[in-house]
Design a protein around this ligand. Structure first.
Ligand code: A2P
Length: 347
């Protein structure tokens, strides 16, 4: 079998390669593709050296499957071209997610949305995947009316440029006694090319309530994804979702505080059991022993971790929980490769 990985040199792409090798695809033919600047470079895959090609060359090799993590514009241009040669594409960008004829899939929830004729399957946004998986069985049992979500998102969700920004800032602070507010141009001048920020502000010792771009209504694109994608994956357009996304100087994964109002009353012990029984979810909830999930809990793990499960005492049928997932793993690469695993099994 031939599997193309478009965006193979990126942060998510490299984790996709790792997941492919971990999940039984090590002996298949993997075709890594990236932008012209990377064509001809070699990358390691399961002990082999692979040469990076252009998306056009990858299409010419007629792979049966392709997984994409190369940004929305690359997906918009190339996913249909891969589909035209009979390839099934699992796309990690935001480009196709809300198209009516493209399934948006978390395999533990709605793999049944994928039909035999779907050639493009969308991988949801990282914050959506971990949250929607954590609450899925609760929705099936008690029916969610409304979600209020606050995220604390890792910089790895922005890509390599953001990781380099944080590293350059950490390095700078290790050698300078400057107040953060005095940084600005001095740091720019001293660090030169090493400092090409991905964000409008310093992220080290800082955070911003800003993920993606601002829409005219004051919400960000990352916040809107949580609204739209949750409804599509859970198949319920009536679920009310409101979100605030924050970017924090963290690398291991995204954390989310989630307030859930159900239509039906719940039993807290049953809630814990439903979370424990959700495939791919681990309940880590023992406050007496300081047990709750953190980004370092989830880092490099394929599961989503849930803790701080407790009743919201301010209104009936309402629950609070905290969930954490590695945004490069379950939030991106792991979910995409799990979709691929199931497609291959079905075929
Ligand atoms: P490259 O490394 O050659 O720029 P990240 O999100 O970590 O920045 O990674 C983005 C990924 O998408 C990289 O592998 C990048 O390749 C790839 N990419 C960007 N633009 C294109 C393009 N036009 N065609 C194919 N791959 C692209």
């Amino acid at each position: 079998m031939k599997i193309a990985v478009v965006g193979a040199t990126g942060l998510v792409g490299s984790v996709m390669l790792e997941e492919l090798s971990l999940r039984g695809f090590a002996n298949h033919e993997i075709i890594p593709a990236a932008s012209p600047k990377s064509v001809g470079k070699t990358i390691d895959f399961a002990g082999r050296k692979l040469t990076v090609v252009s998306p056009e060359e990858a299409i010419a090799q007629k792979p049966q499957y392709a997984i994409f993590s190369a940004g929305a514009s690359t997906s918009r241009k190339y996913a249909p071209l891969f589909a035209e040669v009979g390839c099934t594409v699992v796309d990690n960008s935001s480009c196709w997610r809300m198209h009516d004829d493209v399934p948006l899939v978390v395999p533990e929830i709605n793999m049944n949305a994928v039909g035999p004729n779907h050639r493009i399957i969308a991988n949801p946004n990282c914050s959506t995947i971990q949250m929607v998986l954590a609450v899925s069985r609760l929705h099936w049992r008690y029916q969610i009316k409304r979600l209020v979500i606050s995220t604390y998102q890792s910089i790895t969700g922005t890509g390599i440029k953001a990781v380099r920004q944080l590293e350059a800032e950490e390095d700078y602070f290790a050698h300078h006694e400057v107040l953060s507010s005095q940084l600005g141009e001095t740091m720019m001048q001293e660090l030169g090319d090493q400092y090409q920020p991905a964000y409008p502000y310093q992220i080290f010792r800082n955070l911003f309530p800003h993920g993606g771009d601002f829409n005219p209504d004051g919400y960000t694109t990352e916040e809107q994804k949580l609204v739209d994608e949750t409804r599509k994956i859970l198949g319920d357009p009536n679920i009310q979702v409101t979100a605030t996304v924050a970017r924090v100087p963290v690398v291991g994964g995204h954390s989310e505080a989630v307030n859930i109002e159900f239509y039906n009353e719940y039993d807290i012990n049953e809630v814990r059991q439903l979370i424990t029984d959700t495939p791919g979810v681990i309940l880590a909830d023992d406050p007496a022993h300081n047990l709750y999930p953190m980004p370092i809990t989830a880092h490099n793990r394929p599961e989503v971790f849930v803790g701080r499960v407790r009743r919201d005492n301010t209104q009936p049928c309402t629950l609070n929980l905290w969930c954490v997932g590695d945004n490069l793993r379950k939030g991106a690469a792991t979910n995409a490769v799990q979709i691929l695993e199931r497609l291959v099994k079905k075929a």
